[in-house]
Design a protein around this ligand. Structure first.
Ligand SMILES: [Zn+2]
Length: 82
């Protein structure tokens, strides 16, 4: 199963230790839970397309920005309610 999209259709590749580190590093930047998942699994499989999408710096920055915005919206909502 591909750890990124959670699907097992198509061919998945086993990540090398180095590739795995890269993926974990980009996951940390993106502020999502995949990094922890990667660290806990003994073997990490991904689609090469998913990995490319995941480790592209432009997309990483965009996702991090979106995550921040969501947090801001959440706090705005909490403040509005209280
Ligand atoms: Zn995938």
């Amino acid at each position: 199963m591909c750890i990124i999209c959670k699907k097992s259709n198509d061919r998945v590749i086993l990540l090398s230790t180095k590739a795995r580190k890269t993926l974990i590093a980009s996951n940390v930047e993106r502020k999502d839970a995949l990094a922890r998942e990667c660290e806990n699994l003994s073997r990490v499989y991904v689609h090469s397309i998913c990995r490319n999408k995941y480790t592209k710096p432009q997309l990483i920055r965009k996702a991090a920005k979106e995550a921040e915005q969501q947090v801001n919206i959440f706090f705005f909502f909490i403040n509005a309610v209280l």
